[in-house]
Write a protein of this length. Structure first.
Length: 288
Protein backbone atom coordinates (compact mmCIF):
# COMPACT_ATOMS: atom_id res chain seq x y z
CA UNK A 1 0.00 0.00 0.00
CA UNK A 2 2.79 2.46 0.95
CA UNK A 3 4.65 1.57 -2.24
CA UNK A 4 1.52 2.27 -4.31
CA UNK A 5 1.02 5.69 -2.66
CA UNK A 6 4.68 6.54 -3.24
CA UNK A 7 4.36 5.66 -6.93
CA UNK A 8 1.36 7.97 -7.30
CA UNK A 9 3.22 10.81 -5.58
CA UNK A 10 6.22 10.37 -7.87
CA UNK A 11 3.97 10.55 -10.94
CA UNK A 12 2.34 13.74 -9.64
CA UNK A 13 5.72 15.33 -8.89
CA UNK A 14 6.95 14.42 -12.38
CA UNK A 15 3.84 15.93 -13.98
CA UNK A 16 4.14 19.16 -12.04
CA UNK A 17 7.83 19.46 -12.94
CA UNK A 18 7.04 19.12 -16.65
CA UNK A 19 4.24 21.66 -16.50
CA UNK A 20 5.85 24.24 -14.20
CA UNK A 21 7.14 27.52 -15.61
CA UNK A 22 9.56 29.12 -13.21
CA UNK A 23 10.44 32.37 -14.98
CA UNK A 24 8.74 33.38 -18.25
CA UNK A 25 10.49 36.79 -18.42
CA UNK A 26 11.97 37.33 -21.88
CA UNK A 27 11.01 37.02 -25.54
CA UNK A 28 8.93 34.16 -26.91
CA UNK A 29 7.78 33.59 -30.46
CA UNK A 30 5.42 31.19 -32.14
CA UNK A 31 2.01 30.97 -33.71
CA UNK A 32 -1.67 31.64 -33.05
CA UNK A 33 -3.79 28.97 -34.73
CA UNK A 34 -7.46 29.84 -35.09
CA UNK A 35 -9.85 26.94 -34.56
CA UNK A 36 -10.62 25.23 -37.85
CA UNK A 37 -7.33 26.31 -39.47
CA UNK A 38 -3.96 24.58 -39.79
CA UNK A 39 -0.69 25.67 -38.24
CA UNK A 40 0.54 26.72 -41.71
CA UNK A 41 -2.21 29.37 -41.83
CA UNK A 42 -1.44 30.65 -38.34
CA UNK A 43 -0.61 34.19 -37.28
CA UNK A 44 2.96 34.84 -36.18
CA UNK A 45 3.24 36.10 -32.62
CA UNK A 46 6.06 37.48 -30.48
CA UNK A 47 5.55 38.01 -26.76
CA UNK A 48 7.70 40.04 -24.39
CA UNK A 49 6.87 38.78 -20.88
CA UNK A 50 7.76 40.55 -17.64
CA UNK A 51 7.03 38.69 -14.40
CA UNK A 52 7.29 39.87 -10.80
CA UNK A 53 5.76 37.99 -7.86
CA UNK A 54 3.39 36.16 -10.16
CA UNK A 55 2.15 39.30 -11.95
CA UNK A 56 2.57 39.30 -15.73
CA UNK A 57 2.98 42.38 -17.90
CA UNK A 58 4.44 43.05 -21.33
CA UNK A 59 3.53 43.30 -24.99
CA UNK A 60 2.68 41.08 -27.94
CA UNK A 61 3.36 41.58 -31.61
CA UNK A 62 1.28 39.71 -34.20
CA UNK A 63 2.15 39.51 -37.89
CA UNK A 64 0.59 38.02 -41.00
CA UNK A 65 3.08 35.78 -42.78
CA UNK A 66 4.60 37.37 -45.89
CA UNK A 67 2.81 40.65 -45.15
CA UNK A 68 3.83 44.04 -43.67
CA UNK A 69 0.72 44.08 -41.48
CA UNK A 70 1.19 43.84 -37.72
CA UNK A 71 -0.36 44.70 -34.36
CA UNK A 72 1.36 45.49 -31.05
CA UNK A 73 -0.73 45.24 -27.88
CA UNK A 74 -0.08 45.52 -24.15
CA UNK A 75 -0.90 42.58 -21.89
CA UNK A 76 -1.51 41.81 -18.23
CA UNK A 77 -1.86 38.49 -16.47
CA UNK A 78 -0.82 36.08 -13.74
CA UNK A 79 1.46 33.10 -13.18
CA UNK A 80 -0.12 30.70 -10.69
CA UNK A 81 1.08 27.10 -10.08
CA UNK A 82 2.83 26.98 -13.45
CA UNK A 83 -0.20 28.25 -15.38
CA UNK A 84 0.41 31.51 -17.26
CA UNK A 85 -2.71 33.51 -18.09
CA UNK A 86 -2.73 36.82 -19.94
CA UNK A 87 -5.11 39.07 -21.83
CA UNK A 88 -4.71 41.91 -24.26
CA UNK A 89 -5.39 45.38 -22.91
CA UNK A 90 -4.98 48.02 -25.63
CA UNK A 91 -3.50 48.15 -29.10
CA UNK A 92 -0.37 50.34 -29.14
CA UNK A 93 0.50 50.24 -32.83
CA UNK A 94 -0.79 48.47 -35.92
CA UNK A 95 -0.88 48.26 -39.67
CA UNK A 96 -3.72 46.50 -41.44
CA UNK A 97 -5.81 46.35 -44.59
CA UNK A 98 -9.27 47.92 -44.73
CA UNK A 99 -11.02 44.58 -44.13
CA UNK A 100 -8.62 43.28 -41.50
CA UNK A 101 -9.17 43.27 -37.75
CA UNK A 102 -6.65 42.47 -35.07
CA UNK A 103 -8.61 40.70 -32.31
CA UNK A 104 -7.75 41.01 -28.65
CA UNK A 105 -7.46 37.67 -26.84
CA UNK A 106 -7.36 36.04 -23.44
CA UNK A 107 -5.02 33.02 -23.16
CA UNK A 108 -4.13 30.24 -20.71
CA UNK A 109 -0.75 28.55 -21.24
CA UNK A 110 1.39 25.84 -19.65
CA UNK A 111 5.05 25.07 -20.17
CA UNK A 112 6.17 21.60 -21.29
CA UNK A 113 9.62 21.13 -19.77
CA UNK A 114 10.44 18.19 -22.05
CA UNK A 115 9.74 19.99 -25.35
CA UNK A 116 10.35 23.59 -24.26
CA UNK A 117 7.06 24.83 -25.71
CA UNK A 118 4.57 27.10 -23.94
CA UNK A 119 1.22 25.82 -25.20
CA UNK A 120 -2.41 26.61 -24.48
CA UNK A 121 -5.70 27.94 -25.70
CA UNK A 122 -7.11 31.39 -26.32
CA UNK A 123 -10.47 33.05 -26.90
CA UNK A 124 -11.04 36.49 -28.37
CA UNK A 125 -12.54 39.14 -26.10
CA UNK A 126 -13.79 41.34 -28.95
CA UNK A 127 -14.23 39.08 -32.02
CA UNK A 128 -17.16 36.67 -31.98
CA UNK A 129 -16.47 32.94 -32.22
CA UNK A 130 -12.71 33.42 -32.56
CA UNK A 131 -10.68 30.95 -30.49
CA UNK A 132 -7.89 28.45 -30.90
CA UNK A 133 -4.39 27.42 -29.81
CA UNK A 134 -1.13 29.24 -29.08
CA UNK A 135 2.35 27.68 -29.33
CA UNK A 136 5.40 29.67 -28.11
CA UNK A 137 9.11 29.03 -27.54
CA UNK A 138 11.92 31.14 -26.07
CA UNK A 139 14.14 33.30 -28.24
CA UNK A 140 17.21 35.39 -27.45
CA UNK A 141 16.29 38.75 -28.97
CA UNK A 142 14.20 41.75 -27.91
CA UNK A 143 10.85 42.34 -29.54
CA UNK A 144 10.31 45.75 -31.12
CA UNK A 145 7.22 47.90 -31.57
CA UNK A 146 8.57 49.41 -34.78
CA UNK A 147 7.05 48.73 -38.20
CA UNK A 148 9.81 46.25 -39.10
CA UNK A 149 11.43 43.65 -36.89
CA UNK A 150 15.18 43.13 -36.98
CA UNK A 151 14.54 39.42 -37.50
CA UNK A 152 12.70 38.34 -40.66
CA UNK A 153 9.80 35.91 -40.89
CA UNK A 154 12.04 33.25 -42.43
CA UNK A 155 11.89 31.25 -39.18
CA UNK A 156 8.16 30.57 -39.49
CA UNK A 157 8.13 27.90 -42.22
CA UNK A 158 11.00 26.08 -40.54
CA UNK A 159 9.20 26.18 -37.19
CA UNK A 160 6.00 24.81 -38.74
CA UNK A 161 7.84 21.86 -40.29
CA UNK A 162 9.84 21.20 -37.12
CA UNK A 163 6.67 21.17 -35.03
CA UNK A 164 4.95 18.81 -37.46
CA UNK A 165 8.00 16.52 -37.23
CA UNK A 166 7.63 16.40 -33.44
CA UNK A 167 10.86 18.31 -32.75
CA UNK A 168 11.43 20.13 -29.47
CA UNK A 169 11.98 23.87 -29.16
CA UNK A 170 15.47 25.07 -30.28
CA UNK A 171 16.87 25.51 -26.75
CA UNK A 172 15.83 21.95 -25.81
CA UNK A 173 17.26 20.51 -29.04
CA UNK A 174 20.75 21.66 -28.07
CA UNK A 175 20.39 19.90 -24.71
CA UNK A 176 19.10 16.76 -26.44
CA UNK A 177 22.06 16.80 -28.83
CA UNK A 178 24.65 17.40 -26.12
CA UNK A 179 23.25 14.56 -24.00
CA UNK A 180 22.59 12.09 -26.81
CA UNK A 181 24.35 8.75 -26.22
CA UNK A 182 25.17 6.61 -29.26
CA UNK A 183 24.58 2.89 -29.13
CA UNK A 184 25.36 0.19 -31.73
CA UNK A 185 22.66 -1.40 -33.88
CA UNK A 186 23.11 -5.18 -33.91
CA UNK A 187 22.31 -7.66 -36.69
CA UNK A 188 21.62 -11.38 -36.95
CA UNK A 189 24.22 -13.69 -38.48
CA UNK A 190 24.74 -12.98 -42.20
CA UNK A 191 21.78 -10.54 -42.20
CA UNK A 192 21.35 -6.82 -42.84
CA UNK A 193 17.70 -6.42 -41.78
CA UNK A 194 17.12 -3.74 -39.13
CA UNK A 195 15.67 -5.28 -35.96
CA UNK A 196 12.49 -3.61 -34.68
CA UNK A 197 14.00 -3.37 -31.20
CA UNK A 198 16.27 -0.60 -32.50
CA UNK A 199 13.53 1.57 -34.06
CA UNK A 200 13.04 3.82 -31.01
CA UNK A 201 16.74 4.68 -30.83
CA UNK A 202 16.98 5.34 -34.57
CA UNK A 203 13.89 7.57 -34.49
CA UNK A 204 15.44 9.60 -31.65
CA UNK A 205 18.59 10.08 -33.72
CA UNK A 206 16.51 11.24 -36.70
CA UNK A 207 14.95 13.95 -34.52
CA UNK A 208 18.38 15.10 -33.33
CA UNK A 209 19.72 15.43 -36.89
CA UNK A 210 16.55 17.10 -38.23
CA UNK A 211 16.74 19.62 -35.41
CA UNK A 212 20.18 20.92 -36.43
CA UNK A 213 20.64 22.12 -40.02
CA UNK A 214 24.44 21.85 -39.77
CA UNK A 215 24.46 18.28 -38.46
CA UNK A 216 25.16 15.08 -40.42
CA UNK A 217 25.58 11.51 -39.24
CA UNK A 218 28.15 8.91 -40.27
CA UNK A 219 26.86 5.34 -40.46
CA UNK A 220 29.57 2.64 -40.29
CA UNK A 221 28.87 -1.06 -40.88
CA UNK A 222 30.81 -3.97 -39.33
CA UNK A 223 30.77 -7.80 -39.31
CA UNK A 224 32.19 -10.66 -37.31
CA UNK A 225 35.10 -12.70 -38.71
CA UNK A 226 33.05 -15.49 -40.33
CA UNK A 227 33.42 -15.43 -44.11
CA UNK A 228 35.99 -13.92 -46.43
CA UNK A 229 37.24 -10.37 -46.18
CA UNK A 230 35.61 -9.51 -49.50
CA UNK A 231 32.24 -10.91 -48.46
CA UNK A 232 32.36 -9.18 -45.08
CA UNK A 233 33.18 -5.84 -46.69
CA UNK A 234 30.04 -6.24 -48.81
CA UNK A 235 27.91 -7.36 -45.84
CA UNK A 236 29.04 -4.43 -43.68
CA UNK A 237 28.19 -2.04 -46.53
CA UNK A 238 24.70 -3.58 -46.84
CA UNK A 239 24.17 -3.14 -43.10
CA UNK A 240 25.13 0.53 -43.25
CA UNK A 241 22.94 0.99 -46.32
CA UNK A 242 19.97 -0.64 -44.54
CA UNK A 243 20.24 1.93 -41.76
CA UNK A 244 20.46 4.85 -44.18
CA UNK A 245 17.39 3.57 -46.04
CA UNK A 246 15.56 3.45 -42.71
CA UNK A 247 16.52 7.09 -42.11
CA UNK A 248 15.48 8.26 -45.59
CA UNK A 249 12.12 6.46 -45.44
CA UNK A 250 11.40 8.40 -42.23
CA UNK A 251 12.12 11.75 -43.77
CA UNK A 252 15.83 12.34 -43.20
CA UNK A 253 17.46 13.73 -46.33
CA UNK A 254 20.12 11.49 -47.89
CA UNK A 255 22.58 14.39 -48.00
CA UNK A 256 22.59 14.38 -44.18
CA UNK A 257 24.08 10.86 -44.19
CA UNK A 258 27.52 9.43 -44.88
CA UNK A 259 28.05 5.67 -45.32
CA UNK A 260 31.22 3.87 -44.26
CA UNK A 261 31.97 0.16 -43.89
CA UNK A 262 34.82 -1.72 -42.25
CA UNK A 263 34.02 -5.41 -42.78
CA UNK A 264 35.63 -7.45 -40.00
CA UNK A 265 38.62 -5.11 -39.57
CA UNK A 266 37.39 -3.22 -36.47
CA UNK A 267 35.84 -5.72 -34.02
CA UNK A 268 34.25 -4.41 -30.83
CA UNK A 269 34.79 -7.76 -29.06
CA UNK A 270 36.41 -11.14 -29.50
CA UNK A 271 35.36 -13.37 -32.39
CA UNK A 272 36.04 -16.48 -30.27
CA UNK A 273 32.58 -16.56 -28.61
CA UNK A 274 28.99 -16.30 -29.91
CA UNK A 275 28.43 -13.28 -27.65
CA UNK A 276 31.52 -11.51 -28.99
CA UNK A 277 30.54 -12.20 -32.59
CA UNK A 278 27.09 -10.73 -31.94
CA UNK A 279 28.66 -7.51 -30.67
CA UNK A 280 30.76 -7.33 -33.83
CA UNK A 281 27.74 -7.66 -36.16
CA UNK A 282 26.81 -4.01 -35.83
CA UNK A 283 26.49 -0.50 -37.20
CA UNK A 284 28.10 2.41 -35.32
CA UNK A 285 27.29 6.13 -35.55
CA UNK A 286 28.84 9.52 -35.01
CA UNK A 287 27.80 13.10 -35.76
CA UNK A 288 29.91 14.96 -38.31
Amino acid sequence: MKKSILSVLLVLVSFCASANLQKPTGTWQGVIIQKGKTIDAGTLIYVEFEEADGIISGTTREERYDSPNYSVKSISGKLIDGKLSFKHLVELKSKKSSREKWCRISADLRHNKETGYLIGSYVSTDCRRVMGEIILYRMDFKMTEEAEMESSQIWFKRFVQDYKDGLSAPAIRKIERDNFVFEPIYFDFDKHDVRMEHNHFLDRMIKIVKGHSDLRVQVTGHTDSDGTNRYNDSLSMRRADAITRYFVLRGLSADRLEIDFKGESQPADTNDTPQGKQRNRRVDFKFI
